[in-house]
Design a protein around this ligand. Structure first.
Ligand SMILES: *Cc1c(COP(=O)(O)O)cnc(C)c1O
Length: 366
């Protein structure tokens, strides 16, 4: 039997006709950038997240860059970021000329350790980027309390957390602004690159919109040195088809996770935290840990089970961040995570047979 790491088949089969209609609609309307579909999606997604504003942009990376720029964070500033995240979070900080300051995560939740934030705050610190990694939100009450004490902005990297809840609020509504990615493999994915910014701050939303459109507030009138980062009509139309299904698809993932959590009993495998009332997980990824991760991966791949590592090299050990001068051993938790994590199959529409096969093979690993 073969179980892929990820397949879009069950998802796209369910909505194929609607996707085709959305495509035809956009072609018929012949308006391709920031039109009706984009506006409607922005409204619908803002409502879904429980915020006032949503601005469509071209990618998740851009959403974070645009937020930082709109907050006037740049050269000479520092931004706190977890040491274990996808590199895009740190790249956004670097792109605006600021310095990423890494704070270690709690290994059980994979998210930033709120106990370790304050010791990294300096007079140059301007913001904290809270990443809701793998689909579980960070400890937002604690982060917002620290931010308030030191007058810092809180930015959510919600690229892996569409629909995830912290207490009763959704990711995207838990800080000053949030960046989302709609990269195809995310829980809410476009059929190409796309992203958005959510916020309750009208001024910030307006500025992000202008910055993402060459810094132009009206046609051929430019108030900032902006960039081209817009959500196109085709992707917005596809996202509008998918959004009404998101809760159902996330629930299905939670069910799969529940089966994994109950079924996997191999003592060589450490399991991720379960979904709870306080932290409603959307399991963008199901990430297990093992001291013998590489052997486990090879074994599962031989059994026809797809796996990936999120992420195999911590950011501070990437070549591009040599200039930060952080040595091996300085961020031991991020290093341990990169050495031990393995993501196992997790996608909407996994069959019981597939789930049971994965559980059975993992339990047979010796
Ligand atoms: C995917 C992702 C991003 C970047 O999104 P893109 O749309 O690929 O630019 C940023 N942060 C995290 C945590 C991600 O998973």
């Amino acid at each position: 039997m073969k179980v892929p790491f990820l397949t879009f088949e069950p998802m796209h089969n369910e909505i194929r006709q609607s996707l085709n209609n959305a495509y035809n609609n956009v072609v018929d309307k012949s308006w391709f950038i920031r039109g009706d579909e984009c506006q409607k999606f922005e409204k619908e997604f803002a409502k879904y997240c429980g915020v006032k504003y949503c601005v469509g942009v071209a990618s998740g990376l851009d959403s974070l860059i645009l937020i930082l720029r709109a907050m006037d964070i740049g050269v000479g500033d520092e931004v706190i970021v977890p040491s274990n995240t996808y590199i895009a979070t740190a790249l956004a900080i670097t792109y605006v000329g600021a310095k990423p300051v890494f704070v270690e995560p709690v290994i059980e939740t994979f998210n930033i350790d709120v106990e370790r934030i304050e010791e990294k705050i300096t007079k140059n610190t301007k913001a904290i980027i809270a990443v809701h990694l793998y689909g579980r939100t960070a400890n937002m009450d604690a982060i917002n309390t620290i931010a308030k004490k030191y007058n810092l902005k809180v930015i959510e990297d919600a690229a892996q957390a569409h629909g995830a809840k912290y207490k009763d609020k959704r990711a995207g509504s838990l800080g000053d602004a949030a960046g989302f990615s709609f990269y195809p493999g995310k829980n809410l994915g476009a059929l190409g690159d796309a992203g958005c910014v959510t916020t309750n701050d009208k001024e910030l939303a307006d500025k992000v919109r202008v910055l993402g459109n060459y810094g132009s507030d009206y046609k051929y009138h430019n108030i900032y040195k902006g960039m081209n980062s817009r959500l196109d009509e085709m992707q917005a139309a596809f996202l509008r088809v998918k959004l009404p299904y998101l809760d159902k698809w996330n629930k299905d993932r939670r069910n799969t996770a529940k089966k994994y959590l109950e079924g996997i009993t191999n003592p060589l495998i450490k399991l991720p935290s379960p979904s709870s009332e306080e932290y409603e997980h959307i399991y963008h990824l199901f990430v297990v840990r093992s001291e013998r991760r590489d052997e486990l991966e090879k074994y599962l791949n031989e059994k026809g089970i797809g796996t990936l590592k999120h992420y195999p090299i911590p950011m501070h050990e990437q070549e591009c961040y040599n200039d930060l001068g952080i040595k091996h051993g300085e961020l031991p938790i991020a290093e341990e995570i990169s050495r031990t994590v393995l993501s196992i199959p997790m996608f909407y529409g996994m069959t019981d047979k597939e789930i049971d096969y994965v559980i059975c093979k993992i339990n047979e690993f010796m």
